[in-house]
Design a protein around this ligand. Sequence first.
Ligand code: HPA
Length: 275
Amino acid sequence: MTPEATQNLLTQGVKAVQARVSHFPKTVIVLGSGLGRFAAALEGTTTIPYGEIPGFSRSTVVGHSGNLVIGSMSGQRIAVMQGRIHAYEGHPGSAIAAPIRILRKLGAEQLILTNACGGLKQDMSPGSLVLIEDHINFTSFNPLIGPNDDSIGPRFPEMSDPYDAALRAKLRAAADEAGIELKKGVYIFVLGPNFETAAEIRMYAKFGADVVGMSTVPECLVARHCGMTVACVSIVTNHATGISIVPLTHEETLATAERAGQNLEQLLREFLQKI
Ligand code: HPA
């Protein structure tokens, strides 16, 4: 797509949302696998199916519905992306970038990412919540590849602080207040869609990763590029291959994410009182 065609698409997306909500919230939460129910806890909601917003693509993965939900929680107006798309579905980087750039143009300033991931260490056990401190992009997938639109962000965005220190401190304080254990770790992004081999997992652990997943990093890159602050809380849904003695399934991922999702919902409720 040419930069002009991209700008055109983003403008259409912005208009479609503005036709439904007059003041767009500053905070957006992206819900990962199995966490879609969180949106039901919002009050006074406006729900816009992705199909009605130019630039938003539907996910083909079970556990990801496709709605932008705007509403209130803990007295704070927020927008929730209920469902996300992934590189392994065959979506190009531009399809992952467009929704975030549209939300930015609408006035969003902070992006809170959630995801389901595998734990590389014994103590990263199923159900653990992990505050992501940094990431490793272990793919050659990057949504910023291509001509750069300087009006959106710089050609060479720097990544010394991809996950904002102030937002992380607020999430930590929220976890302490809610009495929820929040571990910390480095997320390694793999393309998928297969789960990893045991040898790959041993290598990722040596590289300094604590958890592994197939999402989040592309969205973080796009959001940092366009000047948003980012935070991420991962739910460990399984021990990664080789750490776990049982073969991995997507069904197990969804079931654990739904269970641990209740803790994550409580954590986000507390967090929203602090921003
Ligand atoms: N690997 C990659 N992605 C994942 C995993 C995993 O073990 N669990 C949930 N998402």
